[in-house]
Design a protein around this ligand. Structure first.
Ligand SMILES: Nc1ncnc2c1ncn2[C@@H]1O[C@H](COP(=O)(O)OP(=O)(O)OP(=O)(O)O)[C@@H](O)[C@H]1O
Length: 239
């Protein structure tokens, strides 16, 4: 059946299995993300959250199952082909260029699709970066580096964002600011799949949560369900 944007999920992951060498990291992971939705993957260290993002992006190549994006199969596609379909990935290690300025970091990635964020909107969304435009990557704080890592994938026109632990290692006040920016992106219609271990941060931005344990999905809750049943998820996270 052809993809129907009004009723079909934007991303549909089914029975995703992935391996590092002989070691299987994902076991039949299935979940979906609707257009405009913000879904988190939550779970302990080593549960398989980042591997799920890397598998969607085709960076983990030894994988099986099905990943449909706008109804099209991503299995077998190369990472650059997946990016051109409109999926942007912000890795846990942020990957910004340390020796380049903020402005250079922002303008370096290629435009993949029309409709990317203009420089003016970008600096409005991330005011800290405006003040730091000529600073080099190494001169930025952890929070500014994270903002830059997110900001630079917004010019390229991708509307589906994979964000890997944007709150990691940041002070609470900075985490709050990043949360505000992520909510702004959602209001602007971006669809977001977010890997998180910080439950409070995840609750402040998400519509729905998919819990991963030992490479498998063990629970799915809406944000409202999570609010009334926090203990259920805290047990998974061991907090
Ligand atoms: N490059 C790699 N080579 C071998 N094993 C890996 C590699 N990356 C991850 N793994 C293993 O795959 C499993 C899932 O790791 P993954 O990074 O996806 O977990 P995670 O839920 O994202 O947790 P974390 O926040 O610690 O990254 C873990 O057992 C991990 O040790």
């Amino acid at each position: 059946m052809p993809f129907d944007a009004r009723t079909d999920p934007l991303l549909k992951v089914e029975n995703l299995r992935a391996w590092y060498g002989d070691s299987q990291a994902l076991h039949d992971v299935s979940f979906d993300v609707a257009q405009g939705e913000l879904v988190t993957l939550i779970g302990r260290n080593g549960a398989g959250k980042s591997t799920t993002l890397r598998s969607i992006m085709g960076i983990v190549r030894n994988r099986k199952g099905s990943i449909l994006f706008e109804g099209q199969e991503l299995m077998g596609k190369r990472t650059y082909q997946i990016a051109r379909k409109g999926i942007a990935w912000c890795p846990e290690e942020r990957g910004i260029f340390a020796d380049l300025s903020v402005r250079e970091n922002l303008t370096l990635p290629p435009i993949l699709k029309p409709g990317g964020m203009s420089d003016a909107t970008l600096l409005e969304t991330f005011p800290n970066l405006k003040a730091r435009a000529t600073s080099r990557g190494t001169q930025l704080s952890g929070g500014e580096q994270q903002m830059l890592a997110i900001a630079r994938i917004l010019r390229n026109g991708c509307r589906f964002l994979l964000l890997d632990e944007p709150s990691e290692g940041l002070a609470p006040v900075v985490v709050k600011e990043i949360g505000r920016q992520i909510r702004l992106l959602k209001e602007q219609g971006y669809t977001i799949l977010l890997v998180e271990q910080n439950l409070n941060f995840a609750r402040s931005v998400a519509d729905r949560h998919v819990v991963i344990e030992n490479g498998a999905v063990v629970d799915t809750l809406t944000n409202d369900e999570l609010a009334v049943d926090l203990d259920r998820v805290k047990t998974y996270l061991g907090v």
